[in-house]
Design a protein around this ligand. Sequence first.
Ligand SMILES: Cc1cc2nc3c(=O)[nH]c(=O)nc-3n(C[C@H](O)[C@H](O)[C@H](O)COP(=O)(O)OP(=O)(O)OC[C@H]3O[C@@H](n4cnc5c(N)ncnc54)[C@H](O)[C@@H]3O)c2cc1C
Length: 240
Amino acid sequence: MTVRHEVRLLGREPCGDDILTLRFSRPEAYDFRAGQWFTLTIDTADGSETKTFSHCSAPADAYLETTTRVSTSAFKKALAHMMPGDRAAISGPGGRLALASDEGRACFLVGGTGITPVRSILRDAMYHDRVFDDSLLLYGSRDERCVPFVEEFARMSSHGVRLELCFENPPIGWGGESGFITAETVLRHLDDVEGIPFFVAGPPVMVAAMERVLDDLGVPDVRRRIERFGPPTKHRAGAE
Ligand SMILES: Cc1cc2nc3c(=O)[nH]c(=O)nc-3n(C[C@H](O)[C@H](O)[C@H](O)COP(=O)(O)OP(=O)(O)OC[C@H]3O[C@@H](n4cnc5c(N)ncnc54)[C@H](O)[C@@H]3O)c2cc1C
């Protein structure tokens, strides 16, 4: 049986033009694993609506957080207008995206709001004081105006997490990665891809693009950890 919990908005952190991180109270009876998702039900102009969101907070945090891109949908408009103290309902958790405690290497290929479950996983690893042999976070972003949690990820370098930003529209003078993430981008930062689990999360189009990158790299399904934020698109890996 799905249990529904009442929560309240505790705070909101805008980033750039349209990214919003929302912090909710955490019900006592609610537990989850890093990388899992929950469903959020709020009142909208079209009535009560429910959508799925990944946790970007860690299980050790006293609150629940997610990050989203505000759109013109009734749901997102209502979400964007929520104020601290406003009520919502959540249920869950769900999902199997996870990093095992004995995995010393991992590669995360994410962009935009796909960062949510990855932030949960890496934040959880930091709570456990994990030091990776070497992990790569290849983090795609439209531009430098909003890169959620970038300072937090940069601090993880002391724990074996290498952050490489890839800007679609890089700032003038940027010496790092730019454009879209490709197999060549990955290989500039990883000597070999053998035995490494690859994490991909985000909107279906982004996931389809990263699946093509994994195809090009020859990463077998067994090492692909994928969270698609919606139904698969027609742009399947390998397709035009
Ligand atoms: C397992 C899972 C985890 C998810 N985690 C998150 C999360 O952490 N953060 C988050 O923002 N969303 C997440 N989503 C997606 C979320 O449930 C919504 O579908 C999404 O945010 C778009 O909602 P919307 O109301 O803006 O657009 P909709 O009314 O659903 O769609 C409007 C338009 O937006 C486009 N669109 C649909 N989904 C996305 C998307 N994810 N990003 C950009 N454009 C989109 C569609 O092509 C459509 O044209 C997750 C979904 C699943 C299934």
